[in-house]
Design a protein around this ligand. Structure first.
Ligand code: HEC
Length: 111
């Protein structure tokens, strides 16, 4: 009897593993290298003044990229960064950063 005591625990862990696999972030977008120096590959900002992108809503990130590109938000570095991006690139990047784990509060480089 005693030697089976670990079994219920093991079975309980299986559904969790399946859920975890389903929520795995998408593959890194091809243009991620254009953003990583300032925003980090994981969306955790690397330089002062660059906002953390991790975990922000997809629609918000995509709209921000559109606004930098069409000049509604006048920020030269972001205008330059969005210049070479196609619509698909911007969607892939917004999707990627939205799927990253948010930064803990108080981390340096926040918005
Ligand atoms: C040279 C540094 C630099 C690079 C490279 C860069 N960014 Fe930024 N980004 C910034 C800064 C600084 C801001 C804040 C601008 C502002 O005040 O609106 C910003 C803002 C943003 C925002 C708005 C976030 C918010 O909370 O409103 C998004 C989205 C974003 N960047 C995405 C990207 C993506 C995607 C790339 C790559 C294609 C990229 N950035 C490349 C520096 C950079």
């Amino acid at each position: 009897m005693r030697k089976f005591s670990g079994l219920p625990l093991l079975l309980a862990a299986v559904p969790f593993a399946a859920v975890h696999a389903a929520s795995t972030p998408p593959a890194p977008p091809t243009q991620l290298g254009l953003c990583a120096a300032c925003h980090g590959e994981d969306g955790h900002a690397r330089i002062p003044g660059a906002p953390n992108l991790a975990g922000q809503p997809y629609a918000y990130l995509l709209q921000a990229l559109h606004e930098y590109r069409n000049g509604e938000r006048k920020v030269p570095v972001m205008r330059a960064a969005t210049g070479p991006l196609s619509e698909q690139d911007m969607q892939a990047l917004a999707h990627w950063f939205a799927a990253q784990s948010p930064c803990p509060p108080g981390q340096a480089g926040g918005p």
